[in-house]
Write a protein that binds this ligand. Structure first.
Ligand code: RIB
Ligand code: CA
Length: 314
C-alpha cells in the first residue's frame, strides 16, 4: 500500500493526543514529523506534552516547536478544559528525545522542499504554523497535498456562541488557510461533537489492558469531566476525526462548501461561515465533515489502542 506522508501539527491537549495515538497505529500513514503550536496551553507546555506522547507511543520522528502566539491576536489557553499542564490526568513518560533545533515552520518547509511527493498537513490546533508556512513559503504551496484540520463549525461554536476554539484563537491564520487554494478538509464541531466516547466506551478502551489503552482511557475520563456537566453524553474527541477523514472516510458524511472566516464581528469573530446551499455561487474551498458513524469510530479507537500490544510501543 502507498503510505500517505503526513505532518501532525497540534496543541496537545487530550484530543490531539488521542488523534496522534490513532494516526501512529494506522499503516496507511507515514508520519514524517510532529510540530506544536500555542493553543490549549502555552507552546512550552504543548511541546513538552508532545514529547511525552511520542515517548508513550514509540513514535520516533522529529518534534519541533512552532509559533507561541497567534498572528495578530493574543494567545487564549484552555486550562479549564485540558488542565494546567494542558494534558492533565494520567502519569506519562518523560520525552524520549529533545525537540529539534529547527522551528516548526522551518522543519515543515524543509520536508516539503525535499519530498518527491506532496505532503499532507494535519493541524489539530490553531492554524498559526500552517498560515505562517503559507506566508513565508508560498512557493511550497504545490507541495502541500491536502490539509486535514480540526476546527470551526458551520452550525455552532464552543468558545463563543459563534466560534470554535482553534479558529477563534487565530482567525487571521484560519482566513489565510481557507483562502490559500490548498485542498482543505474541515472536521468542525458539526461532526466532532458527534464523535463522543461514552463512559461504557471508556471502560472498553481501558479493558484492552496495555499502557496506551489505560492512558487513553485516563485522558478520556479527564476530558469527560469538563464536558459531562455541560450535558455531553461522552468525551468529544474532536481532533481524532481529522485522522478518520484520511484513513476511514467511509465513516463520514461530507459536504463541499465555500467557507469564510469572520474577522471583524463583535459577537462572531472566529466564526467559520459556510455557504451550505451554495447561494453565493463561489467555488467551494473546503470539504466540511458533517456526520460520523459513532459506533464504528469507537471500534476504530479500540482497534488502535489494541495495536500497541503489551507495553507502550507497538
Ligand atoms: O474546539 C476543539 C479544539 O480546540 C480541539 O482541537 C482541542 O484540542 C482544542 O485545541
Ligand atoms: Ca487540539
Amino acid at each position: 500500500m502507498k503510505k500517505i506522508p503526513v505532518i501532525l501539527d497540534g496543541d496537545p491537549g487530550h484530543d490531539d493526543a488521542i488523534a496522534w495515538v490513532l494516526a501512529n497505529s494506522r499503516p496507511e500513514l507515514d508520519i514524517l514529523a510532529v510540530t506544536t503550536v500555542g493553543g490549549n496551553q502555552t507552546l512550552a507546555k504543548t511541546t513538552y506534552n508532545a514529547g511525552r506522547i511520542l515517548s508513550l507511543i514509540g513514535l520516533n520522528v522529529p518534534l519541533a516547536g512552532g509559533r507561541s502566539k497567534p498572528l495578530l491576536a493574543d494567545l487564549i489557553v484552555a486550562p479549564g478544559v485540558h488542565g494546567v499542564t494542558g494534558l492533565d490526568g494520567p502519569e506519562l513518560p518523560e520525552p524520549a528525545r529533545d525537540v529539534v533545533e529547527e522551528e516548526a515552520v522551518e522543519l515543515m518547509a524543509r520536508l516539503l522542499e525535499k519530498s518527491d511527493v506532496p505532503i499532507v498537513l494535519v493541524p489539530t490546533g490553531p492554524l498559526t504554523n500552517i498560515a505562517s508556512l503559507l506566508l513565508l513559503r508560498p512557493d511550497l504551496k504545490e507541495k502541500i497535498d491536502h490539509i486535514y484540520m480540526m476546527g470551526g463549525g458551520i452550525t455552532k461554536g464552543n468558545w463563543t456562541a459563534a466560534a470554535e476554539f482553534n479558529i477563534l484563537v487565530d482567525p487571521e491564520a484560519a482566513d489565510i488557510v481557507f483562502r490559500s487554494g490548498v485542498p482543505v478538509t474541515m472536521a468542525g464541531l458539526d461532526v466532532t461533537e458527534q464523535a463522543l466516547v461514552r463512559p461504557e466506551d471508556i471502560e472498553r478502551i481501558n479493558s484492552v489492558g496495555n499502557d496506551v489503552a489505560r492512558i487513553v482511557a485516563g485522558w478520556l475520563e479527564f476530558f469527560y469531566q469538563f464536558h459531562q456537566p455541560l450535558g455531553y453524553e461522552g468525551a468529544p474527541v474532536h481532533d481524532a476525526v481529522a485522522i478518520v477523514a484520511m484513513v476511514r472516510p467511509e465513516l463520514l458524511k461530507m459536504r463541499e462548501m465555500y467557507v469564510e472566516v469572520e474577522l471583524q464581528g463583535d459577537y462572531t469573530r472566529g466564526a467559520t461561515v459556510g455557504d451550505y446551499y451554495g447561494l453565493l455561487g463561489q467555488k467551494p474551498n473546503a470539504t466540511c465533515i458533517m456526520d460520523i458513524d459513532r459506533e464504528a469510530f469507537i471500534e476504530l479507537l479500540i482497534e488502535s489502542v489494541a495495536s500497541y500490544g503489551e507495553g507502550a510501543a507497538k
